[in-house]
Design a binder for this molecule. Structure first.
Ligand SMILES: Nc1nc2c(ncn2[C@@H]2O[C@H](COP(=O)(O)OP(=O)(O)OP(=O)(O)O)[C@@H](O)[C@H]2O)c(=O)[nH]1
Ligand SMILES: [Mg+2]
Length: 635
């Protein structure tokens, strides 16, 4: 299917006639700023469009040629499909001709053409010389063999042919899919009277619709699409590849700027660390060294960064390596995005590459392992890439939402990939939103079983370990991941859990005859004492054992629920407590209420027992307090 819209970006040296050519093609003067008018140069991006009779819209981004405004050129070049390299016939190839061509190459722009302009100012044989020169310049680039058209914005010569050639090329641009996460790197922000804040940019992926809930990254500003315009017409949806103006609800113009990214809420991840391939241009003036400070451009953003080369201290011109960029501010991008770097001083385009990870693992690693990881991210199939991310996220696993922000696949495709990996057993689906690599799941399982085993060995008298303690000892395993593991181990019959205690199914408490004597003695003592139990110290002391309620034999009875804790250091035998409850309920059925004095009489105890017991039964929801008195709950 032929595309319905294509974005063309101009490129070329200052004063070579880019803006004049756009005007000759479209009738639009894209230099609108008073300063541009005064100086006769382009400073910032300009926009125009052509509508072809067959329905193709050619949108044109006009960029400045001045070397001081290359950053603006970069902001415009990010979303273009075709390059229109403009070279003045009188001057020929100049520094920004080369730099803009290099930028378009680094951004992997697929196609384009050259307009040899101002032909009205030169002789025919001079024109031929320049044309040969240009063809040689293009030879090693993506524009090798592209059309080189002679034009003049002044006389109009060659303009219809240029328009036809652009339309022809435009029809050959593959249509972009709309299944990826919608992204609009913002290149302009302004207010429109009566509408409020409007942002524009090229929608690089996905689809946007009026009423969509969006977020402005990296500012975490939520908003809603109030209206959309595509080349001057209001629309209800905009698609990948279209220059789009978005009217945003509830956001002040001053809160936004070029470089921000509009996307669905929660879909992207601002990042100050990215991994990428690094390609240094052949004509870079010097090698790129680890820790060099560079200007990092991605989408419409420019951020300062330091590069850390993987596996080598320096990269020679024309070389290629993996690198990690430590950014001085957050960027918002996705793997597979192309970026460009410029040297800090002098400001020159020196290279670029492809982003591989926008949330790379932070830990230091030996270069060969990191290299293998990065080459997998670069060359692996989508399923391999997803699996690799899960492998790296270890026992924590990863949420679908995180993987979405770390891969370029879009949420639907990502879910398919995860389902496939789960079916093949490479990945464990903790639930619909959370995934864990099989190796990490196996490791966590082994570790948990090992911990249970050693806990039982060290604490033979304890029935089990608290679930929370086990989880924290198991490397503080992620809550949901751990819950799923325990459920699986219980289903297999390997582990038992009761209340919040976990044990190996094979574990049983074995007491020595002496320990058994103490346990039996304690239980008998509490049972016989009925409503006036001893303190734990007293009871243990009577059996010749020194200790408090924390004594492990005492705790054995507590864990078994044979002794119940009414308050600190006050325990009752379960049977005695049941008797007390029966008496209390009987009394309340008859008398409807009970006070502390009645309670003392009913049980034949002092306040020391009566008050904690009354509070205990409130807590057990047997009684309800009314002043100093209690009534049956629900009565
Ligand atoms: N004779 C002649 N002059 C031209 C032609 N095209 C542009 N010019 C003149 O060249 C000068 C620069 O033209 P612009 O279109 O502003 O050049 P530009 O490439 O947009 O410049 P920057 O945006 O600043 O990089 C202007 O004075 C134009 O009138 C042409 O085809 N013939
Ligand atoms: Mg211009």
């Amino acid at each position: 299917m032929a595309p319905r819209h294509v974005v063309v970006g101009t490129a070329g040296h200052i004063d070579h006639g880019k803006t004049s050519l756009v005007k000759a093609l479209t009738g639009t003067d894209t230099d609108r700023l008073p300063e541009e008018k005064a100086r006769g140069i382009t400073i910032d991006l300009g926009f125009a469009f052509l509508e072809e009779p067959d329905g193709l819209t050619i949108e044109i981004v006009d960029v400045p040629g001045h070397e001081r405004f290359v950053r603006n050129m970069l902001a415009g070049a990010g979303g273009i499909d075709l390059a229109l390299l403009v070279i003045a016939a009188d001057e020929g190839v100049m520094p920004q001709t080369r730099e803009h061509l290099a930028i378009c190459s680094l951004l992997r722009i697929k196609a384009g053409l050259v307009a040899l302009t101002k032909t009205d100012t030169v002789e025919a044989d001079w024109l031929e010389l320049v044309r040969d020169d240009v063809a040689r310049l293009l030879e090693p680039t993506f524009l090798a063999g592209c059309p080189i058209l002679s034009v003049s914005a002044k006389t109009g010569e060659g303009i219809p042919e240029l328009r036809a050639a652009l339309a022809d090329l435009g029809r050959s641009v593959p249509t972009k899919g709309t299944d990826q996460t919608a992204r609009l790197p913002i290149d302009r922000v302004f207010t429109v009277r009566g509408f409020g804040t409007v942002v524009t940019g090229t929608l690089t992926a996905g689809r946007l619709a009026v009423e969509d809930r969006v977020e402005i990254y990296p500012r975490s500003l939520p908003s809603k699409v109030r209206g959309l315009q595509v080349h001057g017409h209001p629309v209800t949806t905009a698609e990948a590849g279209q220059r789009t103006a978005v009217n945003l609800q509830g956001i002040e113009r001053a809160a936004l700027e070029r470089g921000d990214v509009l996307a669905p809420a929660g879909a992207l991840l601002p990042s100050v660390l990215v991994d990428a391939t690094v390609e240094l241009l052949e004509d870079a003036p010097r090698p790129l060294k680890t820790r060099d400070r560079v200007r990092f451009h991605v989408g419409t953003q420019e951020v300062m960064a330091r590069v850390l080369l993987v596996g080598e201290p320096a990269l020679a011109p024309g070389g290629r390596a993996y690198g990690r960029f430590r950014l001085e501010g957050p960027v918002v991008a996705l793997p597979a995005d192309r970026y460009v770097i410029r040297s800090y001083s002098p400001v020159l385009t020196i290279g670029g590459g492809t982003l591989l990870d926008v949330a790379p693992p932070r830990f230091k690693r030996k270069a060969p392992a990191l290299q293998a990881h990065l080459s997998l991210l670069e060359a692996g199939s989508p399923a391999e890439v997803v699996e690799e991310h899960l492998k790296q996220s270890g026992a924590a696993g990863a949420r679908l939402a995180d993987l979405r922000a770390r891969t370029p696949f879009g949420v639907e495709r990502l879910r398919e990939l995860l389902d496939g990996l789960a079916r093949s057993g490479a990945v464990v689906a903790v639930d619909r939103e959370w995934f864990l690599h099989r190796a990490a799941s196996d490791r966590l399982r082994d570790e948990t079983l090992g911990l249970l085993g050693s806990f039982h060995a060290e604490n033979p008298l304890r029935g089990g370990i608290s679930r929370e303690e086990l989880r924290s000892r198991a490397g503080n395993a992620q809550e949901r991941v751990f819950a799923q593991l325990l459920t699986a181990l219980e289903a297999e019959g390997v582990v038992r859990s009761e209340r919040d205690q976990v044990r190996l199914a094979s574990h049983a408490i074995r007491l020595s005859p002496e320990q058994q004597r103490v346990v039996d003695g304690l239980e008998a003592d509490f049972r016989q004492s009925g409503a006036t139990p001893p303190s734990p110290e007293e009871a243990l002391g009577r059996l010749g054992v020194k200790g408090t309620e924390r004594h492990e034999l005492f705790q054995l009875l507590v864990a078994d629920r044979r002794l119940l804790r009414v308050k600190e250091s006050l325990y009752f035998h379960a049977a005695a407590l049941q008797d007390i409850q029966d008496k209390l309920v009987g009394h309340l059925r008859e008398k409807k209420e009970i006070g502390p004095a009645d309670m003392k009489d009913l049980l034949g105890v002092t306040r020391k027992y009566a008050i904690p017991l009354m509070e205990y039964f409130d807590g057990q929801k047997v009684t309800v307090r009314q002043g100093e008195r209690r009534v049956l709950r629900g009565a």
